[in-house]
Design a protein. Structure first.
Length: 341
């Protein structure tokens, strides 16, 4: 729930007002002022400033104010606006399906209704005819610098790689990752390379020049729930890792949002010192794959990708690593997930 702006400095008040204007410009000055507890005149002044600067307002269809005419919103407008909606709640409220669900369950929480809809959609999309057995998960010892001939050409829908973040590793391994991904990915398949910001320029250069079959699609910000480490040499504190998204051929999948918030389950460092959050990887795999796809992690470490994919269900897996200990750890994890003691 957003805090009343009177608790903030004038500069902070202006920032909060701008955020709400950019999210829901179709709301009147009075409606926004009621949400965040400020003067309608102040909202109007800042709105005009943004217009004068040609600011980019909102997202697609952002001027569609039909949600404000939804019967449930009209009946509960005062209650909803007096709650002090957060930015995320306001975004959710703009969805007619969310308002329909709120009306169905009698809720004043847009985020709760949104979560229910997400769960219902997930269950509805699950193909009961697609099953994955232990034989559909392949784990082997392999060095990406060999090109991994063990993986067939065009057999993978998604290749996810979390590369070591030091300069030497990025310079040496990224070209081999690009070549391997370009070979094993099916047409329209994606390579997602997770990398730190310090050598982002090197990684992007290697990815875009090594194999012309791969095209740069976007840079995804992966927000880590681990504070903001200081990169002293760059005078930067950072809250994100980067996922460089490359596509083989033309991508025709769903529209993707370029921000991922890692659920606060923390990375699992016990199986591997560079282990990532299973819940975070699950968010990634769920966006960029569907049941029936084959996912490759060619630097699988302690098996976080395997666990995430198997918990999602329906995904086949090809996993490899140069380290025998990591391969053994991943194999054991997979066996346990299929019921081995």
């Amino acid at each position: 729930m957003a805090k009343p702006t009177k608790q903030f400095t004038q500069a902070k008040k202006r920032t909060i007002i701008k955020e709400h204007l950019l999210i829901a410009p179709e709301l009147s000055n009075r409606q926004i002022s009621k949400i965040i507890g400020c003067s309608p005149t102040t909202v109007g002044t800042i709105r005009q400033e943004l217009i004068d600067k040609n600011a980019q307002f909102g997202h697609r269809h952002t001027q569609d104010d039909s949600w404000t005419k939804h019967p449930y919103f009209i009946a509960n407008k005062d209650k909803l606006l007096s709650k002090g909606l957060s930015d995320k709640s306001l975004r959710a409220l703009k969805n007619k399906l969310v308002l329909d669900k709120m009306a169905e369950i009698g809720s004043l929480s847009p985020r709760y209704a949104q979560r229910l809809l997400y769960k219902e959609k997930k269950l509805a999309n699950k193909d009961k005819n697609i099953t994955v057995s232990e034989q559909d998960v392949r784990v082997f010892l392999g060095d990406v610098r060999t090109g991994l001939p063990q993986i067939a050409d065009g057999s993978v829908s998604l290749c996810f790689v979390d590369i070591p973040y030091d300069r030497k590793a990025v310079e040496e391994l990224t070209p081999h990752i690009a070549k391997t991904a370009a070979r094993i990915l099916s047409d329209g398949g994606s390579l997602l390379l997770m990398v730190g910001g310090s050598h982002l320029d090197i990684a992007l250069n290697k990815l875009t020049t090594t194999d012309k079959a791969l095209k740069f699609q976007w840079d995804i910000a992966y927000v880590c729930q681990r504070g903001t480490p200081l990169i002293q040499g760059r005078r930067v504190t950072t809250a994100v890792k980067h996922i460089l998204w490359m596509v083989k051929g033309k991508y025709d999948g769903p529209i993707q949002y370029d921000l991922i918030y890692t659920p606060p389950d923390n990375a699992d460092k016990e199986p591997h010192p560079w282990g990532q959050s299973v819940e975070g990887i699950k968010c990634i795999l769920e966006r960029w794959s569907v049941e029936g796809d084959t996912i490759a992690d060619i630097m699988c470490g302690g098996g976080s990708t395997a666990q995430a994919a198997l918990e999602l269900g329906g995904r086949k897996l090809v996993l490899s690593d140069i380290d025998p200990k990591s391969v053994k750890t991943t194999k054991n994890l997979v066996a346990k997930m299929f019921g081995a003691k």
